[in-house]
Design a protein around this ligand. Sequence first.
Ligand code: ZN
Length: 68
Amino acid sequence: MAEPTERIPQHKHCIYCGKAFIDGNGRYCSDKCKDTKKEELTKSKNKLLLIWLAAVGVMVIAIVIGRL
Ligand SMILES: [Zn+2]
């Protein structure tokens, strides 16, 4: 039984959508996937920054209250 996938030459899988592709834009099958992934990374980075800022804010408030 021949596996049809074995006949596909050297290919990579897009790390965003998982589609197989030959060569192309690094780890992505298309610029669209690249941009979408980048956008998601930026979004999650901003979220982390917000959480971090909130934690620092709470800490500062706690210190200020402790000194009163
Ligand atoms: Zn893709």
